[in-house]
Design a binder for this molecule. Sequence first.
Ligand SMILES: [Zn+2]
Ligand SMILES: [Zn+2]
Length: 138
Amino acid sequence: MKPGITGECFCGEVKYEIDGSLHDARSCHCSRCRKAFSSQASAYALVEANDFNWLSGENLLTSYIGEHGFGLQFCSQCGSTLCGVFDGRIHGVTLGCVNGDPEIELGRHIYVGSKASWEIIPEGVPQYQENIPEIESN
Ligand SMILES: [Zn+2]
Ligand SMILES: [Zn+2]
């Protein structure tokens, strides 16, 4: 078995381990994600909640739960956003806090129709003006 994926915040107090793999890495360029990730877009991948474990610093986590029950958890000491939660369970992780190579690449850019005016999106990766059709119909 290969060693699990690890991640940590900027100050290093909050650490986690994933005993599995990441799925469906995506970057969302909508105005909400830009604010939530303090960046040009989100960089986020899904994880099985059962595969995810906090190693340290869980007591430093602060959560912000949005209107649809989806929330983000971040380090109250340094401000790094570490993971997304839904219904109190881990939903995914922010790729910026993953250590090393998690053996996944961003597979799609979504909501590029509302990207920031100053952003230039790299070519060669599927881009969608809004969400991908399969998810919209759910
Ligand atoms: Zn921190
Ligand atoms: Zn978004």
